[in-house]
Ligand binder design. Structure first.
Ligand code: NAD
Length: 434
């Protein structure tokens, strides 16, 4: 049987399989990979090699809480691929974290780095905990314990963590310290997304939002529309949601709704994200922002608007709500916010979905620049970081569009075909196929 046919045989429509199951992030990621594989003449060994993570580490941690009670926590670090370079990917603190989620997020990082043509593979880590209920001191202890538990598999040339949900520059500084103590010297290149005074990069804090904005600008050019006056709804108002909200506001869009884990707000006349950010800094939530009505995630997803930006967790645009989406563009700030079943519905509705592995790659692109600066001990200006990022993201967008035109597929399918093809080519060049 021809190699291509073998790959095709494995790819039977995912939808019946998905309908029978609860949302499973790694199954979603696997089916996305399989879909791309059907378009590529993949060697069967390469197909099997890329389908599963290279390494999955589960660790059990114990810390003493502020109240004197000892508590244990479970954490993970998954390396999906190190074919094109060290694994790269964030660390998430969440009560809902799971190994399946880490495996999916690690695979998505492999494809994201390949779409951007960065010299990295993909990884992801998480600790199951409720960061909103923990003190800074407890989070610091937990982060350092977690770092010690994964220290053998991370490093500037092995696996480089970064912030993700409910982790930030401070978390990265704690990781750099715990890792450096073990090494006996400071090694800033072990993590990215650090504070600038600890060799972080200028521009990293807004990087994912900035990258999203570059993709949105190119998508608007592709659709031949202007951004000014467009209505935007943002689901999630953390690092990613707040930074893209500020940029679209500055570009003349009107933000009509924002939600977070506690609830949400709606005002057709517009919400000022800079004022909203101040409130979130004080109260921790967007809820009760003056001049707005309450709104939940489901209502936000079905709101008449031009641009919908999911910037929270996976699976929020799904088979139950995709047909109610009114937006012309979905700009995926979050990783995996749209399920495969929703993708099918959105394709029918001709909604342009700018997929996560392209749209939110600004974060990893600036992380790459931070790593480069750390290794050289030589630093770029903010303008240099911005220009280098813009160039990379714009090229990636049009590479994906060219792939879309070539294969007659969606932007997401094209991004996967491009990414899987690049990683497969690298594996072939390494001569590893057994
Ligand atoms: P964050 O912790 O800074 O913010 C997360 C936001 O989502 C918060 O406002 C939180 O309240 C909200 N949220 C969480 N669960 C929610 C729910 N069920 N419903 C509504 N809102 C909810 O995290 P972040 O760094 O902004 O990451 C958000 C998403 O973007 C994640 O999917 C992450 O993997 C992805 N991402 C982050 C980066 C980065 O650089 N931080 C880069 C690429 C992708």
């Amino acid at each position: 049987m021809a190699k291509k046919e073998e790959a095709k045989v494995r790819y039977i429509s995912p939808l019946p399989e998905l309908r029978e199951k609860e949302y499973d992030p790694f199954l979603e990621a696997t089916l996305q990979f399989e879909r791309a594989a059907t378009f590529l003449d993949l060697d069967p060994w390469i197909y099997q090699r890329l389908k599963y993570p290279e390494r999955e580490l589960t660790v059990h941690l114990a810390i003493t809480l502020d109240n004197g009670r000892a508590e244990s926590f479970t954490g993970f670090r998954v390396q999906h691929s190190t074919v094109r370079g060290p694994a790269k990917g964030g660390i998430r603190f969440s009560p809902n974290a799971s190994l399946s989620e880490c495996k999916a997020l690690a695979a998505w990082m492999t494809w994201k780095c390949a779409v951007l043509d960065l010299p990295f593979g993909g990884g992801k880590g998480a600790v199951i905990c409720d960061p909103l209920k923990m003190s800074e001191n407890e989070l610091k202890k937990l982060t350092k314990e977690y770092t010690l538990a994964i220290k053998d598999i991370i490093g500037p040339f092995k696996d480089i963590p970064a912030p993700d949900m409910f982790t930030n520059a401070q978390t990265m500084a704690w990781i750099a310290d715990a890792y450096g103590q073990g090494q006996g010297y400071v090694e800033p290149a072990v993590v990215t997304g650090k504070p600038v005074h600890l060799w972080g990069s200028l521009g990293r804090a807004m990087a994912t939002g900035t990258g999203l904005f570059f993709v949105l600008e190119e998508a608007a050019k592709y659709l031949d529309i202007h951004l000014e006056g467009k209505k935007v709804a943002v689901l999630g108002f953390g690092n990613v949601g707040s930074s893209i909200a500020k940029l679209v506001h500055q570009a003349g869009c009107t933000i009509i709704a924002v939600t977070d884990i506690f609830g949400g707000i709606h005002n057709e006349k517009g919400i000022d994200p800079f004022e909203l950010e101040k409130q979130v800094g004080q109260t921790g939530s967007v809820v009760n922002f003056p001049g707005t009505e309450p709104m939940d995630n489901e209502s936000l997803i079905s709101l008449p608007c031009d641009i919908l930006i999911p910037a929270a967790v996976e699976g929020q645009i799904n088979r139950d709500n995709a047909d109610r989406v009114k937006a012309r563009i979905i700009l995926e700030g979050a990783n995996g916010p749209t399920t495969l079943e929703a993708d099918e519905i959105l394709k029918e509705k001709k909604v342009l979905v700018a997929p996560d592995i392209l749209a939110n790659a600004g974060g990893v692109t600036v992380s790459y620049l931070e790593w480069v600066q750390n290794l050289q001990r030589y630093f770029f200006t903010e303008e240099e970081v911005r220009e280098k990022t813009k160039k990379k993201i714009k090229k990636a967008f049009w590479d994906v569009v060219a792939t879309m035109d070539k294969y007659g597929v969606t932007l997401r399918e094209a991004a996967y075909i491009l990414a899987v093809g690049r990683v497969a080519e690298s594996l072939t060049a390494l001569g590893r196929a057994a």
